[in-house]
Design a protein around this ligand. Structure first.
Ligand SMILES: [Zn+2]
Length: 83
C-alpha cells in the first residue's frame, strides 16, 4: 500500500495496479507509462485524462478538457511548458 500521487495526471496511486508494473517507487501511474516503462507524451496523457472524466464522471468532452487543462497547469511535470 502506498499513498503517492502521479506527477503527470494527479491520480492517487494506492494499489499495485495503480503503479507501472507494480513498481511502488514510480512517480508516475500505470496509465502514464507505456509497456517499456517510458513516460507517455503529454497529448496522450491528456487524452487519457479526458476520457477518464467523460467515462467515469459523466462530464461532457468540453467540461472534461477544461478540467484537465486546468489541472495540468498545476502539475509539476507540465506547469513549465506552454499549453
Ligand atoms: Zn498518471
Amino acid at each position: 500500500m502506498s499513498n503517492a500521487t502521479c506527477r503527470t495526471c494527479a491520480r492517487v496511486m494506492r494499489d499495485k495496479s495503480d503503479f507501472p508494473r507494480g513498481n511502488f517507487s514510480s512517480e508516475f501511474c500505470a496509465d502514464c507509462v507505456d509497456e517499456k516503462g517510458c513516460l507517455k507524451s503529454r497529448s496522450i496523457i491528456r487524452e487519457n485524462m479526458i476520457k477518464e472524466r467523460v467515462e467515469k464522471r459523466g462530464l461532457s468532452m468540453e467540461e472534461a478538457a477544461e478540467s484537465v487543462d486546468n489541472l495540468m497547469k498545476y502539475l509539476p511535470m507540465w506547469s513549465q511548458q506552454p499549453v
